[in-house]
Design a protein around this ligand. Structure first.
Ligand code: HEM
Length: 404
């Protein structure tokens, strides 16, 4: 197994969901696999796929038997290239190291602390809405759901305003995927990712050095001054936050508008007839922004009657777990009022999403202001672009009219 350069742990989808049809709807495949082969070894990808809720949850919680360290078992010398060291971050580290890498910042993402950012997030949302047309068509993805999370994270990190466009370019490059399967195109995308990662790393290193000894309350200053992390880990932390928080939240916002429109509940959410926060939870379950996570077995272990061996890679299908009929009534139905909703779109166990409260608050504020701002919002669902591997839409044209 080659270690991955990426600082976010996102799985590659098997062929079954990579074609256009499948990407729009992997859900039939999930249902079949949950029924017929819930823990299945895919010979082609040489890895396990896990589909049922209880099994996915079990693996995520058992960090002794299933490591998040994607370099586990890899040849130490194999790797990432000389000036591209693997950056150690919480997301690819197991306890007890994980506690050190997360502990210094955990408090900043608890509900009370996140609520303090509320006025800033409201302000940023309003500014973005003011730049949209009063009437006409705009692309919801390009003009709203991509920029908002970038601006929010940049604000939390304390990135100067004049570098935000650069940030957006870096974060886009890091999650870009090849336009086709040719090796030239794959290499082009890899080169772009390496470039963006290097540039970003250098930029964070400079900011971290500048803020050492400083007393700002931004997260770069916090990272620069904690004893808990070394230099490389501080850079890794900044990059992880930017990457983990952006495209995921973009996809939540896009999937929310898509789902509200496709299921005819936009007006009901606008008027409060449907509870916005419950509806957001249902979007997370029904169209989980991250469809899969990876772990590697550290020892031979049995999983739902299958023998997984030490070193085997396991793909955990959150999107399939979140539609498991053992857990959810009518799992294939979008029910915006669903409650309780035990989805695991933010993962579970020690790696439970650090930014979950922030993402929920951001989505709540964004959708509230957006629907208040536009009395009319019609998304064009006729030509949906394929969902990308992180499960969002590449564009979502919306025709709008501003509220008088
Ligand atoms: C971890 C999903 C937003 C930061 C995770 C994991 C998931 C996830 C599934 C678990 C990864 C694993 O177990 O390997 C999401 C979704 C989001 C979202 C669906 C939006 C809807 C955010 C935001 C931030 C963030 C806004 C940052 C401010 C992180 C970090 C981790 C993480 C740092 C690693 C936690 C750890 O390893 O202890 N996220 N995330 N996420 N997320 Fe999020």
């Amino acid at each position: 197994m080659q270690p991955s350069n990426s600082v976010v742990g996102v799985g590659q989808s098997p062929e079954a969901i990579r074609n256009r049809e499948g990407q729009l709807s992997p859900f039939e495949w999930y249902a079949e696999m949950r029924r017929e082969a819930p823990v299945h070894f895919d010979e082609q990808r040489e890895m396990w796929d896990v589909f049922r809720y209880e099994d996915v949850k079990h693996v995520l919680k058992d960090h002794d038997a299933f490591t998040a360290n994607r370099a586990f078992g890899a040849d130490e010398s194999a790797g990432s290239g000389d000036d591209m060291p693997m950056l150690q971050t919480m997301i690819t580290t197991d306890p007890p190291e994980h506690d050190r890498l997360r502990g210094f910042v955990n408090d900043r993402f608890q509900p009370g602390a996140v609520r303090e950012y509320q006025p800033q997030v409201e302000e940023m949302t309003k500014n973005l809405l003011n730049d949209l047309p009063d009437e006409g068509t705009f692309d919801f993805v390009d003009e709203f759901s991509i920029p908002l999370p970038v601006i929010v994270i940049a604000e939390l990190l304390g990135i100067p305003d004049d570098r935000r466009d650069q940030f957006r370019e870096w974060s886009n490059a890091l999650v870009a995927r090849p336009e086709d399967d040719t090796s030239e195109e794959i290499q082009r995308v890899q080169r772009e990712q390496e470039r963006a990662q290097k540039e970003m790393g250098r930029y964070f290193a400079t900011l971290l050095a500048e803020r050492q000894g400083g007393n700002g309350d931004d997260l770069i200053t916090l990272a620069a001054n904690t004893e808990a992390l070394n230099r490389g880990e501080r850079i890794g932390f900044c990059m992880l936050l930017l990457l983990a928080g952006n495209i995921t939240t973009t996809n939540l916002l896009t999937n929310a508008i898509w789902a509200f429109e496709a299921h005819g509940v936009t007006d009901a959410v606008r008027t409060g007839e449907v509870d916005r926060q419950l509806a957001i939870e249902e979007v997370l379950r029904y169209r989980s922004p991250i469809q899969s996570l990876k772990r590697i077995a550290t020892k031979d272990v049995e999983l739902n009657n299958q023998q997984v061996q030490a070193g085997d890679v396991v793909t955990l299908w959150l999107g399939a777990a979140n539609r498991d009929p053992e857990i959810f009534d009518a799992p294939e139905t979008f029910r915006p009022e669903r409650h309780p909703n035990r989805h695991i779109a933010f993962g579970t166990g020690v790696h439970f999403c650090l930014g979950a409260h922030l993402a929920r608050m951001e989505a709540d504020i964004a959708l509230n202001y957006l629907l208040e701002h536009f009395e009319r919002l019609d998304a064009d669902l006729s030509e949906l672009q394929p969902l990308n591997f992180l499960h969002g839409l590449e564009s979502l044209p919306c025709e709008v009219r501003r509220t008088a």
